[in-house]
Design a binder for this molecule. Structure first.
Ligand SMILES: Cc1ncc(COP(=O)(O)O)c(C=O)c1O
Length: 400
């Protein structure tokens, strides 16, 4: 339709939200559907956080706040970065948005000119290349492999950088693979960035607290302090604090960039929800004992689903140590015929037929830049996950 802007031609809707919507519609139509598409913890927001929000409402904290976050929340974020990441930021180096998603979007809008390149290791979170394109930039994907643990090495990063590169977007632990860089692996990447002074790093640390086994989380500005002046450290409360619906994300970075982000926010959405901001102060400053408890459950679920997937015919699933996703290959199912009579020629076909035949909603790997594979979010009730695993095994066993 000629009325719509050309920028829409550069992007496609989020595949993860599309799967979630389809699963919801099938459920409403009476189908028995297990949704493993959405990347959100099934645990409820902890009670102390809810109470902080209720008290904020009762105190009348229901007005506009400072555009990019109220001082009390910025102070809590400054404490968080110091305590958990060893990073020193001043309040004027902090921005708060309506989810990490908005902060990321504003940062790209604030910095990209037409032709600017952004290096994105694949598989990636679906929104990175689309946001880059929407902001007028050019996403430059760097493919990784299952064999390399879905991690980008320093040589591949070096090769991807050109004089037009503005950002590297790093996401560790990763959505969709659960891969995470160790301190040494991160140092190898930051060493490359030291050679290229025009490249900034946008590190998406959203899954920082979702690490199992003995993994120690680190972030680029901590590993290489010389990069501090060209790093935007992005984080939020959605995943670790079970607050996806509250919509609070934040970042620390150089003052000039933080100001530019605030300018964009001031002319678009203004401040994030005042009540959610008060809840986030409690999340960041309050007790965190539920995090290891949740992680223990996530780890058990990961072991369950990885074991079940590896027993499904044609599926191969590596075991990630972080986040709440697995990213198995479905290469062994290609060329086979589904119960509907349709031949499976791609991971898109695989997920469509799986949903049709067995009512299990997963997302095709190609949406994240690497196929044939699919992503499962195991942040769902253990019993449902067990049933989903059985259905996937049955579906794969029935392929002819
Ligand atoms: C890698 C990654 N970054 C950022 C976000 C955005 O999180 P939010 O906008 O809920 O803070 C998500 C959510 O799915 C994510 O997976």
């Amino acid at each position: 339709m000629a009325f719509l802007a050309d920028s829409l031609k550069r992007i496609k809707p989020s595949a993860t939200l599309a799967v979630t919507d389809k699963a919801r519609a099938l459920k409403q139509a009476g189908r028995d559907v297990i949704g493993l598409g959405a990347g959100e913890p099934d645990f409820d927001t902890p009670d102390n956080i809810k109470q902080a929000a209720i008290k904020a409402i009762e105190r009348g904290e229901t007005k506009y706040t400072a555009v990019d976050g109220m001082p009390e929340l910025k102070a809590a974020i400054v404490r968080k970065f110091k305590r958990e990441n060893g990073l020193d930021y001043q309040p004027n180096q902090i921005t708060v948005g309506t989810g990490g998603k908005q902060v990321l979007y504003n940062a790209l809008m604030a910095t990209l000119n037409p032709g600017d390149e952004v290096v994105i290791p694949a598989p990636y979170w679906v929104s990175y290349p689309e946001m880059v394109a929407l902001a007028g930039g050019t996403p430059v994907e760097v493919a990784t492999t299952m064999e390399s643990g879905f991690k980008m090495g320093p040589e591949a990063l070096d090769r991807a950088i050109t004089p037009k590169t503005k950002w590297l977007i790093l996401n560790s632990p990763s959505n969709p693979t659960g891969a995470a860089y160790t301190r040494d692996e991160l140092k190898a990447l930051t060493d490359v960035l030291l050679k290229h002074e025009h490249v900034w790093v946008l590190t998406d640390d959203m899954y920082e607290h979702l690490v199992y086994d003995d993994f120690i989380f680190t972030t680029p500005a901590q590993v290489e302090p010389k990069l501090y002046d060209r790093t935007l450290t992005l984080n939020g409360v959605s995943k670790a604090y079970c607050m996806t619906g509250w919509r609070i994300g934040f970042a620390g970075g150089p003052v000039e960039l933080i100001k530019a982000i605030a300018t964009i926010q001031s002319q678009s959405t203004s401040n994030p929800c005042s009540i959610s901001q008060w809840a986030s102060v409690e999340a960041l400053d309050g007790p965190k004992d539920f995090i290891p408890k949740h992680n223990k459950v996530f780890k058990e679920r990961r072991d369950l689903i990885v074991g079940m997937l590896n027993q499904a015919k044609g599926i191969h699933c590596p075991k990630p140590e972080r986040a709440f996703y697995v990213f198995p290959s479905c290469a062994g199912t290609l060329g086979k015929t589904a119960p509907s009579g349709k031949k499976i020629e791609s991971d898109q076909d695989f997920v469509t037929e799986l949903l049709e035949a067995e009512g299990v909603a997963v997302v095709q790997g190609s949406a994240f830049g690497l196929g044939p594979a699919f992503r499962i979010s195991y942040a769902t009730a253990t019993a449902a996950l067990q049933t989903a695993g059985e259905r996937i095994q049955r579906f794969c066993g029935n392929l002819k």
